[in-house]
Design a protein around this ligand. Structure first.
Ligand SMILES: Cc1ncc(COP(=O)(O)O)c(C=O)c1O
Length: 307
C-alpha cells in the first residue's frame, strides 16, 4: 500500500483525508460521473525541491475533459496551481508524490446526467515511486476486451466511470498471470494499455498509435515523442499497427504518469527483442528521469517547483 498523505482537498477546503468522503447517493459513486488526472512530483534532495511534471498540461487536459462532459470546473490555471501547492505544503511532502485531482459529480439526484449544479474538485495525494517494477520488464497480453470508440465514450477525457473498461482488461490480465493488458480497438488495431500509452521501435523508427486510434492523449506520450525527435534523433510515426506487428518489434514499452517508461519483455508469452530493456527505451527512460528531477535545464519548461 502506498503511503497516503494526511490531508486532502474537497469542497473547497483542505481537510483530514479520512474526512474527504462523499455521500453514497452521489452521481460520482452511482454512475462514475467525473473526470480526473494523475500528476507526479519528483523530489530532488540536492535541490531540496519538489518538481511537478507538466502541471499546466494536466490542468488543460482536465479542463478540456470537463468541457467534453459538460461539467462545471471553476478553476483558473493559477487557482488550480495554488491549491495544489497548498495541499503539498500542508502535507509537508519531501519525497516522490502522485496527486489525483478529480472533478466529480457531487449531485445526489437520481438521473445520470452531467449538467448538475454541484460539481466539485477533490484532490488526494500518495507517495509513489515505481508503479510497475521497471527493472525487469513486463509480461503483457493482448486483452480479449476491446477499447471503446470515441463515439461510445470519450477517449480524450479521463472519465472516472470509463475506467471500468480498464479494470476489466487489467483484471483478466492479472488473473491470467500477466502484468498488464494491451487493448485493440474496434478496428482490431493496437490502441493502448489499461492505464498507459504504447510505443514500439523497429529498425530505428518509433511507432505509436495515433490519437484517433481511441487512446488517451497522454502527457508522457507527448513528452516521449518530443524527446525521440529532438534529443534521441529517431523518426516517430503516429500510425496504426496490427496485433502481429506488436510481436515483431525490436523494442516495446508503455508510457504514463504512473507507469513512467516501462519496457515490455513479452506479449502473449512471445519475447520482444532480446527480452531486455532496449537501447532506445533506456535512453528515453533516463532522459525523462533526469528531466523530472530538474537535471536538464532545457526542459525546465516542463516543471513547476513547489518550494
Ligand atoms: C488509459 C490511459 N492511457 C494513457 C495514460 C497515460 O497518460 P499520461 O501520460 O498523461 O499519464 C493513462 C494514464 O493516465 C491512462 O489511464
Amino acid at each position: 500500500m502506498p503511503k497516503q498523505f494526511p490531508f486532502s482537498f474537497i469542497r473547497k477546503k483542505i481537510v483530514k483525508s479520512d474526512q474527504a468522503t462523499v455521500p453514497i447517493q452521489c452521481k460520482a459513486v452511482q454512475y462514475g460521473l467525473g473526470c480526473f488526472t494523475g500528476i507526479r512530483g519528483h523530489w530532488n534532495k540536492t535541490h531540496k525541491n519538489l518538481y511537478l511534471f507538466r502541471l499546466k498540461d494536466h490542468y488543460q487536459r482536465l479542463k478540456e475533459a470537463a468541457k467534453i462532459l459538460g461539467m462545471k470546473f471553476n478553476y483558473s490555471s493559477p487557482k488550480f496551481e495554488e491549491l495544489i501547492f497548498k495541499l503539498i505544503k500542508k502535507n509537508g511532502a519531501k519525497e516522490d508524490v502522485y496527486l489525483r485531482p478529480t472533478l466529480y459529480a457531487a449531485s445526489t439526484m437520481l438521473t445520470p446526467r452531467f449538467d448538475n449544479p454541484d460539481d466539485d474538485l477533490a484532490v488526494y495525494m500518495i507517495s509513489l515511486k515505481d508503479y510497475f517494477d521497471t527493472t525487469k520488464g513486463l509480461d503483457v497480453c493482448v486483452s480479449s476486451w476491446r477499447r471503446f470508440d470515441d463515439d461510445m465514450m470519450s477517449t480524450k477525457a479521463k472519465i472516472t466511470g470509463a475506467y471500468a473498461s480498464s479494470a476489466l482488461a487489467k483484471t483478466e490480465a492479472l488473473q491470467n498471470g500477466y502484468a498488464e493488458a494491451i487493448f485493440l480497438n474496434r478496428d482490431g488495431k493496437v490502441c493502448e494499455a489499461s492505464g498507459a500509452n504504447i510505443f514500439g521501435i523497429k529498425n530505428n523508427i518509433v511507432y505509436t498509435p495515433p490519437l484517433h486510434a481511441n487512446n488517451l492523449n497522454g502527457i508522457t506520450r507527448r513528452s516521449a515523442i518530443e524527446l525521440f525527435e529532438n534529443e534521441i534523433g529517431l523518426e516517430v510515426r503516429e500510425e496504426e499497427f496490427d496485433r502481429s506487428t506488436l510481436y515483431a518489434f525490436d523494442e516495446l514499452f508503455l508510457t504514463g504518469t504512473a507507469a513512467k517508461v516501462a519496457y515490455i519483455r513479452s506479449v502473449d508469452r512471445k519475447i520482444i527483442g532480446t527480452g531486455n530493456m532496449g537501447k532506445y527505451t533506456g535512453k528515453l527512460k533516463s532522459l525523462l528521469d533526469r528531466i523530472s528531477i530538474g537535471e536538464m535545464p532545457r526542459y525546465a519548461k516542463w516543471l513547476t517547483s513547489v518550494y
